[in-house]
Ligand binder design. Structure first.
Ligand SMILES: Nc1ncnc2c1ncn2[C@@H]1O[C@H](COP(=O)(O)OP(=O)(O)O)[C@@H](O)[C@H]1O
Ligand SMILES: [Mg+2]
Length: 531
């Protein structure tokens, strides 16, 4: 199509993004800056919140907590009961809270297992907006009657989520308009959703300070910081101009890396606005359809490996990555390539942050704790003036790691609580890029169970590290100001890092074994409350 040098797009696209500079692209920088500037206003705790909404939230959450206190508190089902009630409350409260639950649902290991399981139920489809409203939204945003723009437009959405829904359509051939007669998908933002989200953020910001120290979940230990993080993430999703620009940026990064195993849909050069995004339609196997992939001869191992490498290269070499990897946001194509969708949340690192990420990876692969903690500090996870040596000594990071599978459960819980308390004491918080990175890693980790359960993790880590060393070693070393030869993968260190495996006894570790190990740790922690 002539635009494949500009991005890793499909081979025969419905139009070329090289033909004209899209109008919508011109305002993107200003829009992004404007958003960043508005953020503090959105999350500053007001003396008085939007009253009606605050009352609703307090009433719904309050009755959930009350019911839990009366019925389950102190019983073995306590945590499951609380998780269920919180999830139901989120559904009653609507899109913002459903979104929050969806984020929690991707946090396996970060949040209690019961809560994660409950929140997964919020991934289900929600009822779509009636077609009349969809039509009105399209016509308002694009300025022409629906039938003028589209030859066909499916009344039923193919997907409806909390913020947007997606319809299949065909563009009408017209002079001067790209992609006439081609099939597209149209992402339509729910009418009025930005007002709802803004109001909800104000209520959450008002509520958060009251929750400090009151939530019995360590990962939720700093509610105001979490509300800020959440606001930063959800606000970005409300402007489709930014999403379309993200598609071009992520596609360009893949092209520059020579990474053609990922396909990004082309945004339409003309039909993109704040609330409407027309783009190329992609298709393939659903992520869970491993049987279908295998029948088509897709090498699922290779899919996983390129997935991992493509993601990490984007992070470490360009500082741009898809920030919301999960099964619903990708297809595996017949030829084994991965079609990515949904660029509402995209990780963007500035140079300072990207260098910190590089040092973090370097520290992890060479088992250097000081480098890792310094990198976390430089990312903003710890205050600038943090005494890194003191943190390491405090947390006992300088000694051999404890083996969580042999430790007495009480000791283990006490140890975890101590670490979390200490971190909060230092003023630790989760910077957005780090959160997106960790969330994606958690997805890729889970994807291993689906695509390659018999994969040996040590081989995989070595392969990925070797790929980086051979393909990008010189570049990375130069950027970090170190000699190429100083960078050696410390596999023993990595093994020790995976819950205290003795390197002498373990030559290999399959994903299934790792999962059993985690299950054991989880069971040991199971009866305990993390506070
Ligand atoms: N370019 C596309 N081609 C085909 N299907 C798409 C495309 N973009 C989105 N979809 C479908 O619509 C669903 C929702 O789109 P997505 O962008 O993920 O919205 P949301 O931000 O609400 O999650 C996707 O899971 C996918 O099934
Ligand atoms: Mg999605």
């Amino acid at each position: 199509m002539g635009d494949l040098t500009l991005g890793s797009f499909s081979t025969n696209g419905p139009w070329s993004v090289a033909d004209q500079e899209p109008d919508w692209l011109r305002t993107v920088t200003i829009r992004r800056r404007h958003q960043a500037a508005m953020l503090p206003d959105l999350t500053r705790p007001a003396l008085v919140p939007p009253l009606r909404r605050a009352l609703t939230v307090v009433r719904v959450l309050g009755s959930a907590l009350l019911a839990w206190r009366l019925k389950e508190r102190g019983k073995p089902t306590s945590r499951a009961g609380l998780s269920y009630r919180v999830r139901r409350a989120a559904e009653v409260l609507g899109p913002t809270y459903i979104k929050l639950a969806q984020i929690i649902s991707a946090g396996e290991g970060l949040f209690p297992a019961e809560l994660v399981e409950e929140c997964k139920k919020c991934r289900d489809q929600v009822p779509g907006v009636p077609f009349a409203e969809v039509r009105a939204a399209v016509e308002r945003e694009l300025g022409e009657p629906l039938e003028t723009i589209f030859e066909t437009f499916d009344r039923e959405p193919i997907a409806a989520a909390s913020i947007a829904q997606v319809h299949r359509a065909r563009l009408r051939p017209r002079p001067g308009i790209a992609g006439g007669g081609k099939d597209v998908v149209v992402k339509v933002q729910r009418p009025g959703i930005d007002e709802v989200v803004r109001r909800d953020l104000k209520v959450l910001s008002w509520l958060a300070p009251f929750l400090v120290g009151r939530i019995p979940v360590s990962a939720l230990a700093n509610p105001p910081a979490l509300v800020e993080l959440f606001a930063e993430t959800i606000i970005e999703e409300l402007d489709f101009n930014l999403e379309a620009a993200n598609m071009l940026d992520v596609g360009r990064v893949f092209a520059e890396l020579g990474q053609r195993d990922f396909i990004v849909p082309r945004p339409h050069p003309q039909y993109v606005s704040r609330r409407i995004l027309v783009m190329e339609e992609l298709s393939g196997f659903n992520f869970n359809d491993v049987a279908g992939m295998k029948d088509a001869g897709v090498d699922t191992h290779a899919v996983l490996k390129t997935g991992m490498i493509g993601f990490l290269e984007g992070v470490f070499l360009h500082g741009i990555f898809h920030g919301d990897l999960h099964g619903g946001n990708l297809f595996i194509m017949e030829d084994g390539r991965t079609a990515l969708m949904d660029f509402g949340i995209t990780g963007r690192l500035n140079e300072r942050e990207r260098m910190a990420f590089l040092r973090m990876m370097m520290g992890a692969t060479t088992n250097n704790v000081v480098t890792q903690v310094e990198a976390l500090r430089d990312l903003g996870a710890l205050p600038r003036d943090t005494d890194v040596q003191a943190v390491i000594a405090d947390l006992g990071l300088d000694g051999p790691p404890l083996d969580p599978t042999t430790l007495d459960p009480d000791e283990l819980v006490a140890e975890l609580q101590r670490v979390v308390k200490a971190l909060l004491g230092y003023g630790a918080r989760m910077p957005k890029p780090l959160m997106l990175y960790v969330k994606n890693l958690i997805f890729i980790d889970g994807a291993t169970a689906t695509l390659a359960p018999e994969l040996d993790l040590f081989t995989a880590i070595t392969e990925v590290a070797t790929h980086f060393a051979t393909t990008h070693g010189a570049t990375i070393a130069a950027q970090l100001g170190m000699a190429d030869s100083e960078w050696k993968l410390d596999l023993d260190g990595v093994k020790a890092g995976i819950g205290g495996l003795d390197p002498a006894e373990h030559d290999s570790l399959t994903y299934a074994e790792l999962r059993d190990r985690r299950e054991l740790i989880r069971k040991r922690l199971g009866s305990k409350h993390l506070g």
